[in-house]
Design a binder for this molecule. Structure first.
Ligand code: NAD
Length: 257
């Protein structure tokens, strides 16, 4: 019996299954991840300049030059097979919901109902001083005009509502921790498990007695901790699970006429 056989059985048996996803579920939608060698975003850009609170405050115009490009890419992306498979599992009552580190909103677009976004969403913006919310289009238009978008109320700097290195996590993280108390199966998909505290969700489920299945292209520091590891491209791994009777794959752009 291989890892996919066991994971498919566990999905059928589970009463309280959750998915925990990372950038790897969206690379097949054309969004580069952070850490894959060569193709990952950090192979080309210094993360501390464009994805840290320090970098944002130190050189806001440079931050926005990068994020303009990134937002344009995120805005065009469509859900891939893994997003659609997870949404279908939830729809059939086989999955409680998705906890994601991604900011791309693709689980919601794919139809997942319960989605905890641990690192925020690229679709919103907010003032770093007073917290007032803005449409991201407004923030980007102001950034384009003079590099430093300002709040109408307090003139504080406006920032995309995504969690940067150096910031604390939103309430979604604590809600996800509470939801996982009774989790009997955590499907971990497309994450290097190197970003904390998000990655702590894996040992948390193990400590509470749940199973953890990891599906990823590359090894992670938690491979020895989990109950099964299926290594490969997610599109193929998901197809393998569907073949084994674990959920189904709704049609997507690549399968429609
Ligand atoms: P990461 O880049 O650290 O790791 C991604 C993992 O996915 C890697 O281990 C890689 O081997 C694997 N992977 C990539 N494509 C795959 C595929 N097609 N099939 C199977 N595995 C694949 O990303 P992370 O663990 O999510 O953590 C880093 C941070 O990245 C998160 O905080 C997240 O906010 C941010 N991020 C988000 C996006 C997005 O929203 N789409 C994109 C890049 C980074």
């Amino acid at each position: 019996m291989d890892a996919l056989d066991r994971i498919a059985d566990w999905i059928r048996e589970a009463r309280n299954a959750w998915a925990f996803t990372g950038a790897g579920v969206s690379t097949e939608s054309g969004i580069p991840d952070f850490r894959s060698a060569d193709s990952g975003l950090w192979a080309q850009t210094d993360p501390m300049e464009v994805a840290s609170l320090d970098g944002f405050l130190r050189d806001t115009p440079r931050f926005y030059a990068f994020w303009h490009w990134r937002f344009a890419m995120l805005d065009q992306a469509e859900p891939g097979a893994t997003h659609r498979w997870l949404a279908a599992l939830e729809d059939k009552g086989r999955l409680r919901g998705v906890i994601t580190q991604n900011i791309d909103g693709l689980h919601v677009t794919a139809g997942s109902n319960r989605v905890y976004e641990l690192h925020g969403s690229f679709r919103r913006g907010a003032c770093v001083t007073c917290g007032r919310g803005y449409e991201i289009e407004q923030v980007l238009a102001r950034a384009q005009a003079d590099g430093k978008p300002r709040c109408d109320g307090c003139a504080g700097l406006l920032k995309p509502d995504v969690v940067l290195f150096g910031e604390t996590l939103p309430v979604d993280f604590y809600e996800a921790c509470a939801a996982l108390q009774r989790c009997d199966l955590l499907l971990v998909l497309g994450t290097s498990l190197e970003v904390f505290p998000a990655a702590d969700l894996v040992p948390q489920v193990k400590r509470a007695g749940g199973r953890v299945a990891l599906l990823n292209r590359e090894p992670t520091p938690m491979d020895d901790l989990v109950d099964a590891v299926a290594r490969g491209e997610l599109g193929q791994l998901v197809a393998g699970l569907v073949e084994r009777g674990a959920g189904f794959l709704p049609a997507g752009p690549e399968t429609r006429d």
